[in-house]
Design a protein around this ligand. Structure first.
Ligand code: FES
Ligand code: FES
Length: 171
């Protein structure tokens, strides 16, 4: 039978809170129980206080927010928590073991840092590149597209080449 206009509307179904999303960050398990569309960058910076991952452009242009997701360089500003869930994320804070990661060591040796703002993203991008290209050539270095407002590109290239040497050294 059709419902008349003065009949009370049936109550809207109760909205269930979203399922907590599991994620592994720097080897530790976490759950996100907020908005699944929230970018990974805010989970890292605001929830976990892992502020080494930087906020720059917010539109995949600058690379300041680069982290590794299952080992692949990824802009954390543009990855929703729903897509990051079930994956392994490494941030700059999780890169070193007992000693510095060879890429971090090379960055120091090559004195790559000027103001430093972009550099954590540069390092994470270099880690990914050197896994794929252990003997990087000019054209490989050219694929590193993270921006540096200080123009430290020659220092960064030098650091990547030094990191490649360190990674090839027998342990
Ligand atoms: S802040 Fe993510 S690419 Fe610029
Ligand atoms: S070192 Fe300053 S933005 Fe890159």
């Amino acid at each position: 039978m059709p419902r008349t206009t003065d009949e009370p509307a049936s109550p809207a179904p109760a909205r269930l809170p979203p399922e907590p999303l599991p994620i592994t960050i720097n080897g530790k398990p976490y759950y996100h129980d907020g908005d699944p569309a929230m970018p990974l960058l805010w989970f890292l910076r605001d929830r976990l206080r892992l502020t080494g991952t930087r906020y720059g452009c917010d539109d995949r242009s600058c690379g300041a927010c680069t982290v590794l997701v299952d080992g692949k360089a990824t802009p954390a500003c543009s990855l929703a928590m729903s897509d990051a869930a079930m994956h392994e994320v490494t941030t700059i804070e999780g890169l070193a073991g007992e000693a510095l990661h060879p890429v971090q060591q090379a960055w120091i040796e090559a004195d790559a840092v000027l103001c430093g703002y972009c550099q954590t993203g540069q390092i994470m991008a270099a880690v990914d590149l050197l896994k794929r290209k252990p003997r990087p050539r000019e054209e490989d270095l050219a694929t590193l597209s993270n921006l540096c407002r200080c123009g430290a590109y020659p220092r960064i290239r030098k650091a990547v080449l030094r990191a490649a040497e360190l990674l090839r050294e027998p342990k």
